[in-house]
Design a protein around this ligand. Sequence first.
Ligand code: S3P
Length: 437
Amino acid sequence: MTDPIFVVEPGGALHGRARVPGDKSISHRAIMFGSLAEGVTTITGFLEGEDCLATLKAFRAMGVHIDGPEEGRVVVQGVGLHGLRAPDGPLDMGNSGTSMRLMSGILAGQAFDVVLTGDASLTLRPMRRVTEPLARMGARIGSTARGTAPLRIGGGQQLTGIDYELPMASAQVKSCLLLAGLYAEGVTRITEPAPTRDHTERMLEGFSYPVTREGDRTVAVTGGGRLTGTEIDVPADISSAAFFLVGASIAPGSDLVLEHVGVNPTRTGVIDILRLMGADIKMLNPRLAGGEPVADLRVRHAPLRGIRIPGNLVPLAIDEFPALFVAAACAEGETVLTGAEELRVKESDRIQVMADGLTALGIAAAPTPDGIVIRGGALSGGTVDSRGDHRIAMSFAIAALRAKSSIRIRDCANVRTSFPGFATLARNAGLAIRELA
Ligand code: S3P
């Protein structure tokens, strides 16, 4: 595979209107739930990134007829909760933690054996967080001795509902267990230490599957029901919009509207944090699209100041920290993040890799076990390594808006996992970015 690099010339501003691609979390779930539903599910705005395509291919490999994607339109002929067939070989989840963790919950309830594998990054990520509670539900699921993929899931087990307190705030683990709960006898009740994204809960309801919410941290499902096919309009991904929210905030003269962005309150931590730093972000024309809140976001340049990031916002902005660290580098004063140890087990160790890159660009960035301290300053230019992490590559691209000279970013192939067409869209908005294969 080629290893594209980004070269981004310094300066410029972001202008106009842009619609970033579809939400990754919602796109994954739409394929999964559509496959497990009875009847047809039509998806529009689907994210045609490699992660969601890995999910789509896995369901095709298990006998689900899926048309598309074609300009974001996908039609899934659901096979029902018990209609999947054994695939011919291991299912490759690529770089996608969401695919692996959510699908392990679904596959624990099937009649056949299956192996889940992934790329070099995914096979290093912690999977005990799903294998242990699934085993408690009665699943037969094995990992490597280090608790990593490949995962071997044995079929034909009768699962039983559990009452489970999540040790970490993770929507992937919550969703995995709720999906296993669809196959379990009795009630599966999950309590999280802090609210995380609730797309699974909303979409189950959209597929007419009852979900019980108890307060804002506990959710329960009862096994044995059925999902009914539906229509899903996937909003633009706020995690992809985040690069432009930060870019327009830091680049003098910017005025940008991001269209049809998903603003589910379990995802809008990035807006809250940027506003606390002084950003000028307005939510225009708020509306609902398929059970999810959506709005257009207008962002204009504003001077930012360093803050202590409130702990309750961490799970609500968990994917946006690489971009937020760039905002912190451009802010006046110090930004302190704590309680974010989960960032160390994402597609890369995002605390270390961002600290290394910011340091290479002349910014004082001190990693801590569960966060980072960043002192705003002048970004030089230079070369940084994204370590194959899509969000880190895009964050450093945006940083060039305030750099003194050009920034070269290595190892950008995985931008395709979540944001196909990033360089073109960013260029159209005003970023002087070139992609070299
Ligand atoms: C996701 C949950 C988050 C997030 C990931 C997508 C989801 O992971 O980082 O990009 O779709 O449920 P964790 O649940 O591990 O925090």
